[in-house]
Structure formats: structure tokens, C-alpha cells
Design a protein around this ligand. Sequence first.
Ligand SMILES: Nc1ncnc2c1ncn2[C@@H]1O[C@H](COP(=O)(O)OP(=O)(O)O)[C@@H](O)[C@H]1O
Ligand SMILES: [Mg+2]
Length: 293
Amino acid sequence: MAPARTGALSRKIPNNAERDACGILDSMNTPMIPSAHSTHSSFHDSGSPATPPFENPVPVVELERVLKIYGEGETQVTALDSVSTSFTQGAFTAIMGPSGSGKSTMLHVLAGLDTPSSGEVFIEGQPITGLKDDQLTRLRRDRIGFVFQSFNLIPTLNARANIELPLKLAGRKADQYWLSHIVDILGLGARLHHLPSQLSGGQRQRVAIARALASKPAVIVADEPTGNLDSQSGNEVLSLLRNAVDHLGQSVIMVTHDQSAALKADRVLVMRDGQIRADLLAPTAAELTEAAR
Ligand SMILES: Nc1ncnc2c1ncn2[C@@H]1O[C@H](COP(=O)(O)OP(=O)(O)O)[C@@H](O)[C@H]1O
Ligand SMILES: [Mg+2]
């Protein structure tokens, strides 16, 4: 890998539209929420996998009887129908289910992008429904990494500046050791000075994953991260998410409609009509097919 070069940080303070575009509705200079992961030894230990997540499970995100209703009267839709579950730290969880079953709603609600109609969501033990907008914004920015189907990179910033943007907006100093470790694992060393338009779809998604990892979030949420990629690039992206869990101790929650993608996860939730219909640990393809029937 080429050594990470310094001095290539964004030379441009992004405007509000740009902040919004990467899901980081700002507030600069706000104090940083201490990271529960900052002393996690596996972050600085590239070789050894993290402790298997289900041996001594620590919940990173919990949902308690979460109801989400859209609309009113005849057009009312129950997108989440009293869902309770918890997501383990250091695990890779996939959420599957037919279109309209509530997958994206669940991801948005558990990541604080949308509020439930009733019920409670906890992130690292903290209830989030009572938080004020600016507290929620800060929590999202500091503790959650987002990976979207459409990458959501800032076109005028090079890869490196995109990766460091959330830290910059938070007024935090980048941990250069950590960043070069991420860049190394994601194979982005030679691409750091390229603009998104000079990168392939797979490379853009790798930059988005690096951006999500940069702040050492409590959890990475990914909604159909391979949806816009050819199958080879899609497989690479899945391997990288797998690597982030196995070698960086990350927690990943990924929505996908692709069974082969879900099979890369440690656990698969199958949703239907706003409810979790199956909750499977390391299912086989046959078990998953059966559960999705
Ligand atoms: N903003 C919204 N306004 C109204 N209905 C919505 C909204 N978002 C989602 N829905 C409805 O909620 C249900 C679940 O949607 P969604 O979570 O997007 O499903 P999935 O991601 O599994 O395809 C669907 O019936 C959808 O039409
Ligand atoms: Mg969806």
C-alpha cells in the first residue's frame, strides 16, 4: 500500500447541501460523545479477529416494541408492527424480506434517521426517542456509519476528503493510524486523490465504507449497499463489510434482497408485513430459502 499522504485534506469547507448529501446534518464544534470502542484493542490489531460476537453478547442497538405508522385513515400503513429485537456488538446482521416489508423503515428507525410512532430504540444503551434534534444529529454523526445504495459521496471532494469529511464536520482530529489501516484493508491506497467521478462503482462504495468506518462508529447501517454494483464489485463490498466485522470489531446491519449477500452475515432477520418472521444464526442457503418462503 502507498503510505497515506498528509496535506491532502479537503481544502474546502462543505456547504449545507453537501453536509446533507452525506447524511451528516452537522453541528460543528459540538463536544464528541465518548466512544465505547476507543479502548477496543482489536481496532489497533489488524491481524486477529474480534471475539466471536454471540459468546458474550453486548447489545449495540435495541428495539423495544417499535411501531411505525405512515399516513392516516384509509392510506395508513403499519411499516413496523411492534418490533422488538437487539443487535449484538461485533456481529454482521442482514435484514431480508420482500419489498415493502419494512426493512428500510427498520434501518432508518434504528439509526435515528426516522422516529417511531411508539416504542423505544436504544443505541449503546441510550434511549434515543427523547433526544432533541441536535442531540440526535450528533449521535448519528458520531456513533453511526451510513452506507447507501447510491454511495452519497461529495463529487467535488477527492476520496480522502470524502472519507475524512464527517470527522472534519465534527471538529475531530482524524486518527491517521486508524485511517491508514482502513484504507489498507479497503485497498484504497492508490485512489485517495481521485474524485468520485474517476472511480468505479465498487471503488466509490469502498470510499463510502471507509467514510462510515472513519469515526469508529458503534454501528454501520447499510441499505442495499450492493444494489448498484455488478456482482463482482458487490462481492468485494460484502467481503469488506465482513472484514470490518472480523478484523476491526465493527458491528454491521445490512438490508439486502440478495440471498447470497445475506449468507455472508452472522445472523439473518427475515421480515414480512412489518414484523420479524425469522431470526436465524448463520443459516444455510436452504434454511434461508425456507424462511423466506
Ligand atoms: N415515507 C413514507 N410514507 C408513507 N409510507 C411509507 C413511507 N416509507 C415507507 N412507507 C411504506 O411502509 C412500508 C414499508 O416500507 P419500507 O420500509 O421502505 O419497505 P422495504 O424497505 O422492505 O421495501 C411500505 O408499505 C411503504 O410503502
Ligand atoms: Mg427498502
